[in-house]
Design a protein around this ligand. Structure first.
Ligand SMILES: [Mn+2]
Length: 306
């Protein structure tokens, strides 16, 4: 069955995306939501996380995102999510359309539409949906936001001519580049800047300054009131240093530690998988059950410098 037949065979549809969603997860979800609403489907958009990134509130239908699933027998459309457990719900026995671009995607869907050469999940969603459905202005706005965010404003190494071609098609469909850029650039939370300042104070360089590390502990999070959504961009900072190829960021989180890895050239996705996580070649991560940040950093540095 192709995507349209699968959608037509269901009365209700639930769109999901990964926990701690970024702009690609939310933008791809809401972009598909707008398409299916217009097509006349009964559709809901759900994310398991308590705190959504507030700067995305300019996206059409942002306020429709719920924390609970209302439909119990709907078709699931999973967006930007490499593994089924990162969706947060029990989806045993459900049909799933898996739309993603993570290299480590475990192909958990009934229909797996996964292309790790694409810069955003929204690009894959657009390629699949635009063949069968109308792309309206609302949808183009959401897909463009997702693209601009995941390419870090067209600066990541995966950007190609096709990426710009996709951006152009979205602008033709009504996406307002200036408005979206403004929202992604000038609407940061104060907590996100305060936590970044504290995080940068912990910056260390290792292995001839080719590796950087940042450690965010519980006190820093409490002092600034930062939520996970406020710390998304911090992982990218170390990599901007000229000598650094790999940037490690550790964030204390409810008795566990969230680890983000970034690189300029190296494929780190294998290392993330060895630690039980996943992601892209140059942006990936995992969670560890220990809270001693020094100990974790040591373990990762050992893996990286073998
Ligand atoms: Mn993505």
């Amino acid at each position: 069955m192709n995507i349209k037949e699968l959608i037509d065979s269901y009365r209700t549809i639930t769109i999901l995306s990964h926990i701690n969603p970024d702009a690609d997860a939310i933008g791809t979800s809401l972009g598909i939501y707008a398409i299916l609403k217009r097509y006349g489907k009964l559709v809901e958009v759900v994310n398991y996380s308590k705190d959504l990134p507030k700067y995305l509130d300019f996206l059409p239908n942002y306020t429709k995102i719920k924390r609970e699933m209302g439909y119990s027998e709907s078709l699931i459309i999973a967006c930007d999510c490499g593994s089924i457990d990162r969706l947060g719900f029990d989806l045993e026995g459900r049909d799933i359309i898996n739309i993603d671009h993570h290299k480590t995607n475990s192909l958990y869907g009934t229909l797996n539409l996964v292309d790790d050469m694409l810069c955003s999940a929204s690009h894959k969603a657009y390629m699949e949906f635009s063949q069968e459905f109308d792309i309206c202005r609302d949808s183009a706005t959401c897909f463009y936001t997702a693209l601009l965010s995941d390419t870090q404003h067209f600066t990541t190494s995966g950007v190609t001519q096709d990426t710009f071609g996709f951006a152009m098609e979205l602008m033709s469909s009504g996406a307002d580049h200036r408005e979206i850029s403004y929202n992604l650039t000038y609407r940061r939370s104060l907590a996100s800047v305060r936590i970044a300042a504290k995080a940068l104070n912990t910056l260390e360089l290792h292995h001839n300054a080719q590796i950087s590390s940042i450690k965010i502990d519980r006190d820093m999070i409490e002092d600034t009131g930062a939520k996970m959504r406020d710390m998304v961009g911090i992982a990218d900072i170390g990599r901007t240093i000229s000598t650094v190829d790999v940037a490690i960021t550790l964030i204390a989180q409810n008795g566990k530690t969230k680890v983000s890895l970034r690189s300029k050239r190296r494929d780190l996705s294998q290392i993330a998988e060895e630690f039980g996580g996943g992601g892209h070649t140059q942006a990936c991560g995992f969670t560890m059950d220990i809270t001693n940040l020094e100990e974790i950093l040591d373990k990762i540095l050992k893996k990286l410098t073998i």
